[in-house]
Design a protein. Structure first.
Length: 359
């Protein structure tokens, strides 16, 4: 079995790390375990392809990627991208997937891989378990329905011992079977696609994969390891559901609290501002009647403008004093009575001031 020489794809993910490391990884895997690969001819030699597999143990992904004839980009849970393993996965152009919610970034990257004619590996079950493909997610159906890429089912047997935890490797020399099956073709559907159409495509893929696993077990006379121990199930559930919900709640609280504090500060400032002009009104006996018509503190614009209107009445008062000083001159020149004009001006100014305040 030879490794197909993959041509560089500029629009997809880089493939040179696979070509560099795959011979070493394959040699290490096949020397430690008795790995048997069957049906590799079902994987297209070129063009896009979606590999869907049952998931029973930690070793499923590394063995499948290392023994495939083509470069494979797998969807890997985000928790695996920590430490040295995470740096290696990034260097190898594997795709980080946040489980428990729709990861838009992972979906876009998966579509990019397929549209560039590359191979994508995913596990419809979404987690390691019994490997019987009883419950699946809609990711494979959506990608197949969107791109029209052929779906290749793969049955993996022997990567976990019966009763062992999902992250425990099988003993050295254990037999591992990786069996490829007939391609599943789903006609692409242009947007808009509804959830019913995606669910139908996902169900078609799940039934084909389930049947392929059962046929493989019958033909090889082998059995799956069964469900993992209960502690493993309990530990994995919070990883998929609860942490995601907590993060969303925390983000909502962080976004909402500052807005509420800012609103409270603005309300407090607005409520304090109207008190200042009220004191000025009590000091000025001429504007006592107008102070009763002050704008409500709830309207920020009126509250901001009111101090300006309180300061304006001082100017007309000076004009009135100036007109009183000019009375003797007006009597000597027999000009029109300035007192009447000054009174009229003061009356007009007072009316204007009252109207401004009432407004």
């Amino acid at each position: 079995m030879s490794i197909a020489e993959a041509t560089p794809v500029r629009s997809g993910l880089r493939e040179w790390p696979h070509r560099l490391m795959k011979p070493f990884l394959r040699r290490r895997v096949t020397r430690r375990w008795d790995v048997n690969v069957r049906g590799m001819g079902y994987l297209p030699g070129s063009g896009p392809a979606i590999i869907v597999s049952n998931h029973i143990g930690w070793l499923d992904g590394p063995v499948t990627v290392a023994t495939a004839d083509r470069t494979v980009h797998a969807l890997v849970k985000a928790e695996s991208f920590d430490g040295k393993a995470g740096r290696f996965l990034r260097w190898a152009a594997q795709i980080k997937l946040h489980r428990g919610r729709t990861d838009a970034a992972a979906v876009r990257t998966a579509l990019r891989v397929l549209r560039a004619g590359q191979v994508l590996l995913l596990y419809p079950e979404g987690r390691r378990g019994a490997g019987t493909v009883e419950e699946v997610f809609d990711g494979a159906g959506y990608l197949a329905l969107t791109t029209g890429a052929p779906v290749v089912p793969v049955a993996v047997v022997g990567t976990r011992e019966p009763g062992a935890a999902v992250d425990v490797k099988p003993p050295k020399g254990s037999r591992i079977d990786i069996v490829y099956g007939d391609q599943i073709h789903i006609s692409p559907l242009d947007w808009p696609r509804d959830s019913w159409q995606v669910a139908k495509a996902s169900d078609q893929i799940a039934r084909a994969l389930r049947q392929h696993v059962e046929d493989t077990l019958d033909r090889l006379k082998r059995e799956l390891p069964g469900p993992p121990p209960v502690p493993d199930l309990v530990e994995e559930e919070p990883v998929e559901e609860e942490p995601v919900e907590e993060e969303i709640v925390e983000e909502e609280v962080v976004d909402e609290e500052p807005a509420a504090d800012e609103g409270a500060e603005e309300t407090t400032d607005e409520a304090d501002e109207p008190e200042e002009p009220a004191e000025d009104a009590d000091a000025d006996t001429e504007e006592t009647a107008d102070s009763d018509e002050e704008p409500e503190p709830e309207e920020p614009e009126q509250a901001d403008d009111e101090p300006d209107t309180e300061d304006e009445p001082e100017e007309p008062a000076e004009d009135a004093d100036a007109s009183d000083d000019a009375e003797p001159e007006s009597e000597e020149t027999d000009e029109p009575d300035p007192d009447t004009d000054a009174d009229d001006e003061n009356t007009d100014d007072t009316d204007d001031q009252g109207s401004d305040k009432s407004a």
